[in-house]
Design a protein around this ligand. Structure first.
Ligand SMILES: Nc1ncnc2c1ncn2[C@@H]1O[C@H](COP(=O)(O)OP(=O)(O)OP(=O)(O)O)[C@@H](O)[C@H]1O
Ligand SMILES: [Mg+2]
Length: 338
């Protein structure tokens, strides 16, 4: 069977493609066999794309500065989530007895294969899904016993970037209005200041101001993801739950957005639970990583330690499954199940 494989993942290209066509602004800029394209890219854009691929280091760096731990902003204590049985489907235990803390100013990466419970944990942390056992607290407030008014003030401090911005952005609002909405809801500044803030936020995520009047369906997936990030940052949160915030971005835009994320994170100092299936991305942005397998935490530690010398075979298998952007190192993966 012939395959036309459309992707921004250069590792997947290197792993599977015989020939590669590089597209930019609707034009083909380069076409070549995978081997010579990765070996000697001719076009500057192709070179920039390849240079932007985040890679996992082979050895731990020796100069890791441990961040001093601030106050605990998010605490999950033996949290379990069981999705209830519905019309013939059995109940499903998605998360089991998870202990996890995120301190002020700290970025914690959450990784694990598809279906391991990452999004479920993110939703529990923001109170969108109720924990069926254990306790979730945000800034010391137990989410199960919090009053409605206190929850409203807390919501101001906590932002959530959903995995699928196509469904999380309101289709009836222009994307500019979507970014402005949290500012309106919490009456931040004058209307003129809010409009200015929206433009600043668009600029911060490298979106042209001309896009503010468009509706979500009129944007690309990557542009929608940047809108969702801008909206989440609108109120300068103290805690950000980001669920695969860059998965729809091509590597060069992703590199830009990640740099920007790091910059904004340093500047605002928010705590972040950064959910991603891309280990190299997590290595780049996170201080600590938590590895989830079938709803259970199997390993946790500083990113450098866990990714260069994992203790668990499951973590090793996750690392080995990362597609390497080098056609010469093409290989057949063993199944991830260990
Ligand atoms: N509303 C629901 N009802 C029943 N089961 C659910 C529900 N939502 C998720 N699940 C199940 O819970 C498990 C964990 O789902 P979750 O979305 O948390 O995974 P994930 O780690 O985020 O995966 P991905 O990397 O694909 O986004 C999956 O097996 C999924 O099928
Ligand atoms: Mg998910």
């Amino acid at each position: 069977m012939g395959i036309l494989l459309i992707t921004h993942n250069m590792g997947v290209v290197a792993q599977h493609a015989d020939r590669v066509v590089v597209l930019r602004n609707g034009n083909v800029v380069e076409t070549d066999t995978a081997h010579s394209l990765f070996d000697a890219p001719e076009h500057a854009y192709t070179r920039a794309l390849l240079a932007a691929v985040p890679r996992l280091p082979e050895h731990a760096s020796t100069t890791v500065a441990e961040k001093p731990a601030g106050d605990v902003v998010l605490e999950l204590d033996k949290v379990g989530v069981t999705y209830p049985a519905r019309r013939g489907t059995a109940a499903f235990r998605a998360v089991d007895s998870v202990d996890l803390t995120v301190h002020a100013g700290e970025v914690v990466g959450l990784v694990g294969e598809s279906g391991s419970g990452k999004s479920t944990l993110g939703r529990v942390a923001i109170g969108l899904v109720q924990a069926t056992s254990g306790r979730v607290s945000v800034e010391g407030q137990d989410l199960s016993s919090i009053s409605a008014t206190r929850l409203r003030t807390l919501r101001r401090d906590v932002a959530f970037v959903q995995q699928d911005p196509a469904t999380s952005l309101d289709p009836r609002l222009s994307v500019g209005a979507s970014v402005r909405e949290p500012l309106d809801v919490h009456s931040v500044g004058t209307p003129a200041e809010r409009r200015k803030r929206v433009l600043d936020l668009f600029d911060a995520v490298r979106l042209p101001a001309a896009l503010t009047d468009r509706f979500p369906h009129q944007l690309s997936g990557g542009q929608r993801q940047r809108v969702a990030l801008a909206r989440a940052l609108a109120l300068a949160p103290r805690l950000l739950i980001a669920d695969e915030p860059t998965s729809a971005l091509d590597v060069s835009v992703q590199a830009e957005v990640l740099d920007l994320f790091a910059e904004i994170q340093r500047e605002l100092g928010f705590a972040c639970l950064f959910i991603s299936h891309d280990l190299a991305v997590v290595h780049q942005v996170a201080d600590r990583v938590v590895v989830l397998q079938s709803g259970v935490i199997v390993e946790t530690g500083p990113v450098d330690t866990v990714f260069t010398s994992p203790r668990e075979p499951y973590t090793r298998a996750l690392i080995d499954a990362v597609p390497v952007p080098d056609p010469a190192r093409r290989r057949h993966h063993a199944a991830l199940a260990v």
